[in-house]
Design a protein around this ligand. Structure first.
Ligand SMILES: Cc1ncc(COP(=O)(O)O)c(C=O)c1O
Length: 402
């Protein structure tokens, strides 16, 4: 084997820039390894990752239980499709369904968030015999044809032209705007229950209650896109059933991101009623439900339970909110659990940059004044304190520069 030369950040960057499409505005960091909330870069620096590897590292980076499960499964069998039964798939389906609020009772596995949403919309059309889908201003649902056509946020839908027909849009949080267009041709209403990319926007509990009622009255399928809010991020397993959403439960939940701790996997959780309309060969994907992904999901759910991460999210969220109140430039904290939007008086991008210079990774959003936090569910109070001190320093410097 040829001896490899040591790569510096500059050589890694130059190579990626030369051989990869420039589809992402990257941070000046070459990720090398991770442990919990920490990301270690190729230059030896460590970063406090409050963006959780793009909302994926729910259990933290390279959680030992997940790593061991993936290693053991890889040695045993990496993949076989849904054409065969599998013990790990059987166990994880049962586990995931047991965590879901009633009446969600069956799982379908795929590979990503956008694919989960495509399948959810297809199931709604099959179950109702109708075609139209209502989604909301500010929502993001993915980049494949139907999901991008359902995405009202920014210019995504425009990029997805020609769009899939039959997509209608309502105002997030405004039930009257939904009532006006939710007629007998509508198959589903789909929403991110907390709109993350839009700047972490949440509606009043009354909105979720009214949506459920409307869907029941007009026989419309209600879909929660929980690609970001699912798998513990809000301090509960799902936003569905959560008090913040008036404890209402949709007919379908879609999941991805943190579900496999970084091994690509998506899922739809559906009611028995929806399931009754889905027959052999109606849905499918080669890789969905593969053993390696299933082992990662199983270990992810176990790690969250064993490490009591949901309790941790709730406790550390209160600490974080309390400490953020010490910073007057943060005018509002939106969201729930570890999906938080910090609204500043001024633009958030310079804050994001200054924090990165202090080795703290956060996220921006499509609301210029909102900085997003999506940390691993194992974030501790001490790490929150490190963040707060850094943020105070950044704010002090910003004031001096005025
Ligand atoms: C709410 C939501 N839905 C769907 C998606 C698409 O997921 P994926 O990138 O895995 O296709 C995303 C991705 O950011 C998301 O945030």
């Amino acid at each position: 084997m040829k001896a490899e030369t040591v790569s510096t950040f500059e050589t890694i960057k130059a190579s990626e820039d030369r051989f990869q499409l420039a589809t992402y505005k990257k941070m000046p960091v070459a990720a090398e390894r991770g442990q919990g909330v920490w990301l270690y870069a190729s230059d030896g620096e460590r970063y406090l990752d409050l963006y959780g590897g793009h909302a994926v590292a729910g259990t933290g980076h390279s959680h030992p239980h997940v790593v061991e499960a993936i290693r053991a499964q890889a040695e045993q069998l990496i993949f076989y499709s849904n054409l065969v039964y599998s013990d790990v798939r059987a166990r994880v389906s049962e586990h995931l369904v047991s965590l879901a609020p009633q009446p969600l009772s069956k799982a379908f596995f795929c590979n990503s968030g956008t694919e989960a949403n495509e399948n959810a919309m297809r199931m709604a059309r099959m179950a109702t015999g109708r075609e139209k889908i209502i989604t909301f201003t500010g929502g993001f649902h993915g980049r494949t044809a139907d999901a991008i056509s359902a995405t009202a946020l920014g210019k995504y839908r425009e990029m997805g032209k020609p769009n899939v027909p039959g997509h209608l849009f309502a105002e997030f949080g405004d039930i009257e705007s939904v009532e006006k267009i939710a007629d007998e041709t509508v198959a589903a209403i789909m929403l991110e229950p907390i709109q993350s990319m839009a700047g972490v926007r949440m509606a009043d509990a009354e909105f979720y209650r009214a949506l459920r009622k409307l869907c029941d009255e007009r026989s419309i399928v209600l879909i929660y896109d929980e690609v970001q809010t699912g798998v513990g991020r809000t301090g509960e397993w799902f936003f569905a059933g959560n008090e913040a959403g008036a404890a209402r439960v949709p007919d379908i939940i879609t999941l991805a991101k943190a579900l496999g701790s970084g091994v690509p996997v998506g899922a739809c959780l559906v009611t028995e009623k929806i399931a009754s309309h889905i027959k052999e060969n109606d849905l499918g994907t080669t890789f969905g439900g593969g053993m390696l992904a299933m082992a990662a999901v199983k270990a992810t759910l176990e790690a969250i339970e064993e490490d009591r991460m949901l309790e941790n999210v709730k406790a550390v969220e209160s600490h974080l909110r309390e400490r953020l109140s010490e910073i007057p430039q943060v005018v509002r904290v939106q969201g729930l659990g570890f999906l938080l939007g910090l609204e500043f008086e001024e633009k958030a991008a310079p804050v994001h940059k200054a924090l990165l210079e202090r080795r703290i990774i956060t996220g921006t959003s499509s609301d210029a004044n909102v900085l997003r936090l999506l940390p691993p569910l194992c974030l501790k109070r001490e790490e929150v304190d490190l963040f707060i001190e850094a943020l105070k320093e950044v704010m002090k410097l910003a004031k001096q520069q005025l």
